[in-house]
Write a protein that binds this ligand. Structure first.
Ligand code: NG6
Ligand code: CA
Length: 507
């Protein structure tokens, strides 16, 4: 344990700040505090999509309250510029490119080995109850699963006592909720069938029947039409289990509230992973929020997500556990406007800058791919501040282990607990960042991007990917929008960073 942190925890031990007696495990070697921990994880929310990071076109008062009452990280990163790898890194504390993790289809088998150490397993081992409610997207079961039977292994086999999830994304089949491995509301007489290659005979599709769609596809997303929305992949049956898109936010929030209410008075602390679907496509705000942002559905679902966070905070207050709960807020990757549907995200963007000052977006090796909102909040324990410490979501594993007195560490996860608690402004020294298995190296204020073949621009989503025939070096402090590649002027630094990059990547 680091010195600053030891002092911090000793203070807790002596003055017993707000710690429930029952949350102190006397059997462990050291006196540690075990708060409830809630990881609030959004999907495709950009650095600039929240008021506190510069959004002016709409308001996010509840997220801003979290940031203003906690630590708002200005150098906070997802490990990757897409969902599956970033989620893999958080849960395993391992760089996702070691596992070649990529965006998974809805039918993919579980990506995490059930023998691997995981963040929720580590927390279970020190007495936590654990739950995940929301998006999963880390694969389920085996390769040829039957969705009509118990689906395993999944979240429950990698550390969650309770899971209530969608398998992949809102735009992929199966469009059903799965509770502890079982599809919710399934009628055995109407079994679910899923195929990512071929449609089922006699079924309509977005490609062949665009007139049946209420949301129009732009690229991809032209397979089965469900609730008027054409999706990725074909699905047959399971009618009674199909979710309502516009109610998804309320539905997950309802589960979150119930979980908190049921566990607030428990002897054991809890770890709740609340993985929200917003603002990933298809953006389907509840009618309460539709049209409210002026930016179309993308803005509307951000308002909806912000409201959910307000409700989450109110629930914690109501239950009297806000001061015994560490909240971590972040996003799995950077923003994208048109990610496959014509939903006015591009047309109505106006002056709003989803990526804030950063270049690129989702899928990109440029900053906006991985440089995301990142907040830690713990009322009465974390002093409000802005921190420029270099922190990655992957580091939560070892840092939280330190907090709760576990010796288990994630293989690539650094213990930077003092940075997360705000007792230090020092984070990691360097970090490998990833976009669809291409990687770059951040070290100090510098970012080094090796030369990569491939298109400079993903035309469908209109995002610069960071591929270039020449290596790139940017000083992010002086040039956050990566306008000046200074590799030529700094050959020694380039050579040094290339060496470190190759060592870290194990070449
Ligand atoms: C892409 C999808 C995109 C989105 C993404 C996953 C197409 C053309 N694009 O393949 O819409 O679903 O996968 O997003 O199908 S993520 O946030 O889960 O990584
Ligand atoms: Ca995402």
């Amino acid at each position: 344990m680091k010195k600053g942190n030891l002092l911090f925890l000793t203070l807790f031990a002596f003055i017993g700040l707000g710690c429930q007696k029952s949350n102190t495990d006397t059997s462990s070697k050291k006196e540690v505090k075990k708060p409830n921990i809630i990881l609030v994880y959004l999907d495709d929310l950009g650095y600039g999509d929240i008021g506190v990071n510069g959004a002016k076109s709409f308001k996010t008062p509840n997220i801003d309250d979290l940031a203003n009452g906690g630590i708002n990280f200005t150098n906070g990163y997802a490990s990757s510029a897409t969902c599956t790898p970033s989620r893999y890194a958080i849960l395993t504390g391992q760089y996702p490119w070691r596992k070649n993790a990529r965006i998974l289809p809805g039918t993919a088998p579980l990506l995490i080995d059930t023998a691997q150490v995981t963040l929720p397993k580590m927390l279970q081992s020190v007495g936590y109850k654990t739950a995940i409610i929301g998006k999963w997207h880390l694969g389920l079961g085996g390769a040829n699963k039957d969705w009509n039977k118990h689906i395993s292994p999944g979240p429950n086999e990698v550390g969650y006592d309770y899971s209530y999830i969608m398998a992949a994304t809102q735009d992929r089949v199966p469009t059903v909720y799965i509770e502890d491995g079982n599809v919710v509301g399934l009628d055995p007489n109407d079994p679910i069938e899923i195929d990512y290659k071929n449609n089922f005979p006699g079924q309509t599709s977005g490609k062949e029947n665009p007139e049946l769609t209420t949301m129009k596809w732009h690229h991809g997303h032209n397979s089965s039409i469900i609730n008027g929305i054409p999706r990725i992949g074909f699905m047959k049956g399971g009618k009674s289990a199909i979710w309502s898109d516009v109610d998804m936010a309320d539905h997950f929030l309802g589960g979150v509230k119930t979980y908190i209410q049921e566990n607030a008075k428990s002897e054991k602390p809890f770890f709740l992973t609340y993985t929200m679907q917003q603002p990933h496509v298809p953006r389907t705000p509840h009618p309460r929020f539709a049209g409210k942002s002026g930016l179309g559905p993308r803005g509307d679902v951000i308002l909806e997500a912000d409201w959910c966070i307000g409700e989450l905070m109110a629930t914690l207050k109501e239950q009297g556990i806000l001061e015994n709960t560490l909240i971590i807020f972040s996003s799995d990757n950077g923003p994208v406007l048109n990610d496959g549907y014509n939903d006015d995200a591009v047309e109505k963007i106006g002056d709003h800058k989803p990526a804030g000052p950063f270049r690129g977006g989702k899928y990109s090796l440029f900053e906006a791919g991985t440089h995301v909102p990142f907040i830690t909040y713990w009322k009465g324990q974390i002093q409000p501040a802005t921190s420029d410490a270099l922190v990655c979501q992957m580091d939560l594993f070892s840092s939280i282990a330190d907090l709760v007195g576990s010796d288990v560490k994630g293989p690539d996860s650094e213990d930077i607990l003092p940075a997360f608690l705000g007792t230090s402004k020092v984070g990691r020294e360097s970090l490998i960042l990833e976009a669809t298995t291409r990687t770059s190296l951040r070290k100090g204020d510098w970012i080094f991007i090796p030369a990569y073949k491939g298109p400079a621009l993903n035309k469908h989503v209109n995002i610069e990917l960071g591929n270039s025939k020449t290596v790139a070096l940017y000083n992010l402090k002086q040039d956050p929008s990566q306008q000046n590649n200074v590799a030529k002027e700094n050959p020694e630094l380039v050579a040094q960073m290339l060496k470190e990059f190759e060592t870290l990547r194990g070449k």
